[in-house]
Design a protein around this ligand. Structure first.
Ligand SMILES: *[C@@H]1O[C@H](CO)[C@@H](O)[C@H](O)[C@H]1NC(C)=O
Ligand SMILES: *[C@@H]1O[C@H](CO)[C@@H](O)[C@H](O)[C@H]1NC(C)=O
Length: 374
């Protein structure tokens, strides 16, 4: 809400300038008078039927066995020439060298840049653009490529239906710092204000990606910022990447969306909310039953749960086997039922009951039947 309040005077000035000069509005924000609900008024594609991001309802995804693993090309050959990092007023951008690209898609794609989307530092608040079954992640990394087989450059490709391929990586917080992300986060303090840029040491871009590049979701969508062109073949990896809480805090608090000489507006919540899927299908590169994003914590819980379950079953089986072995017939089974066995003499029932009790394991240890387990 700070963002709206602080940027309002600035917006009014800008609005007057654009209306008096008759220039098209190219200024936009995530909230406020040129916030995402207004984008379509100024950038018609933002109101299209194939917008991004989307929420992925995993049960509605469709397995496509033809979707093979994606191959980053040259991502690790970063060379010695420094990368640059810049604050464009909406996010932090790292332009990528033209020899980096993607294999495993219908065309050859060349890397252009990568950037991030995040939340506002509040616990449990979202930050990712794509959501899985309604669940947000803390942040999201996008690596943008253009179709260099069909188009001469990014500017031309971004307006074409098959022009771009973007990799989406969901980021969550974990215990440990992610060393790869320090390559970016360490330098944010040098580009706090919109328009600033800094040279940074080149690094292995692939180290930012999850290790399993074979499991992903695929759909046709758009740029998630104005002008929202519907030109993106999306690949959203199902394995998430972890950064530490400290790293996330750095991302969420260091940058300003405002220029150096303007009132400070913290760059936060720079994510677009999920857009209607309409008649699109989201494909998955692996069969449906395993479509789920598991965190390390969840995996641990599942493993522990399964172990406990196995131990429990083993105990029960052992108990049953022991009980059966130690008795001469199935007659004894009623005595393991939770209902207490009446001790009062009932003519006719005496005999059977006595037999049952006499045949149980430990002699002299005549007890009430096993209590119900909880
Ligand atoms: C992209 O290619 C087009 C067509 O060749 C050209 O007119 C345009 O100037 C190029 N844009 C950039 C940014 O290089
Ligand atoms: C994306 O759109 C193209 C062209 O309509 C189509 O051939 C392709 O199958 C679509 N891909 C997905 C993942 O829906």
């Amino acid at each position: 809400m700070d963002l709206v309040g602080l940027s309002l005077p600035l917006l009014l000035v800008f609005w007057q300038w654009t209306t008096t000069t008759g220039a098209a509005v190219t200024y936009w924000t995530y909230t406020g008078s040129v916030g995402q609900s207004k984008w379509a008024d100024y950038f018609p594609d933002c109101g299209g039927k194939a917008q991004s991001p989307v929420d992925v309802a995993t049960v509605q995804t469709q397995y496509d066995p033809s979707l093979g693993p994606l191959t980053p090309l040259g991502y690790s050959q970063h060379g010695n020439k420094p990368f640059s990092l810049y604050n464009n007023g909406h996010t932090v951008v790292v332009p990528l060298p033209g020899w980096m690209g993607l294999g495993g898609l219908p065309w050859q794609f060349t890397a252009v840049q990568m950037h991030l989307h995040w939340g506002n530092g509040a616990l449990e608040a979202g930050g990712s653009e794509h959501t899985i079954n309604g669940q947000s992640s803390a942040a999201e990394l996008h690596v943008v490529h253009y179709n260099s087989e069909l188009y001469p450059n990014m500017s031309v490709a971004m307006t074409q239906q098959d022009g771009l391929a973007v990799l989406g990586v969901l980021i969550e917080t974990g215990e440990e710092a992610n060393q790869a992300f320090w390559n970016i986060l360490n330098y944010l303090g040098r580009i706090r204000h919109a328009g600033q840029s800094v040279s940074i040491p080149a690094f292995d871009v692939q180290s930012l990606l999850p290790s399993d590049l074979g499991r992903y979701l695929r759909y046709n969508g758009s740029l998630t910022t104005p002008p929202c062109f519907q030109s993106v073949l999306w690949t959203l990896f199902t394995e998430t990447v972890k950064i530490s809480h400290t790293q996330l805090m750095k991302l969420e608090t260091v940058l300003y969306a405002s220029k150096e000489d303007a009132d400070r507006v913290v760059m936060q919540d720079n994510y677009r909310t999920p857009q209607p899927l309409n008649d699109r299908t989201i494909l998955s590169s692996f069969p449906l039953e395993s479509v789920k994003v598991y965190t390390a914590g969840e995996i641990t819980a599942i493993v522990i749960g399964a172990l406990c379950g196995c131990v429990g079953v083993a105990v029960i089986i052992r108990f049953i086997v022991k009980t059966i072995r130690s008795t001469s017939s199935w007659d004894v089974l009623p005595s393991i039922r939770p209902a207490p066995v009446p001790r009062t003499k009932e003519p006719g029932k005496d005999l059977k009951q006595d037999v049952a009790l006499n045949t149980t394991t430990e002699p002299g240890k005549k007890e009430d039947p096993v209590p119900p387990s909880v």
